[in-house]
Ligand binder design. Structure first.
Ligand code: THU
Length: 131
């Protein structure tokens, strides 16, 4: 199974593919599933700004498009412009959806370049659920 540090490295690599001509704020993410498979994504902006896709949702979309069916257990997120790049509210909702009841770990890089862990249930409490 890929380590947290390696997952962060994958997120860093993905950030290099970011399409962010408007904000110049590149983000990369790498989502690890219970199967052991992992999928990367970067943010993709648009001249119609509201159509921007975040790195986390791109990584999860990549997983779904590749047939991933297991629980999302970890997601690493990285931006060279922000130490500890927390997911936005929309991405928290997406992470929660694909957690399938698991308390997914959010892996960020701290000021000392160490992998630091958070949990989706802590950073996104009282979330919307249909059932
Ligand atoms: N962004 C992400 O990729 N993930 C987030 O969770 C928050 C923001 C991107 C969107 C936009 O391209 C840039 O960061 C600045 O908001």
């Amino acid at each position: 199974m890929i380590s947290d540090k390696e997952l962060l490295e994958k997120a860093k690599e993905a950030a290099q593919n970011s399409y962010c001509p408007y904000s110049k704020f590149s983000v990369g993410a790498c989502a690890l599933f219970e199967s052991g498979n992992y999928y990367s994504g970067c943010n993709i902006e648009n001249s119609s700004y509201g159509l921007t896709l975040c790195a986390e949702r791109n990584a999860i979309s990549n997983a779904v498009a590749n047939g991933e069916k297991t629980k999302l257990i970890k997601i690493a997120i990285y931006s060279p412009k922000s130490k500890k790049c927390f997911p936005c509210g929309a991405c928290r909702q997406w992470i929660q959806e694909f957690s399938q009841g698991y308390d997914t770990q959010i892996i960020l890089e701290d000021e000392d370049l160490k992998a630091i862990l958070y949990h989706i249930n802590d950073i996104f409490p009282y979330s919307f659920k249909l059932i």
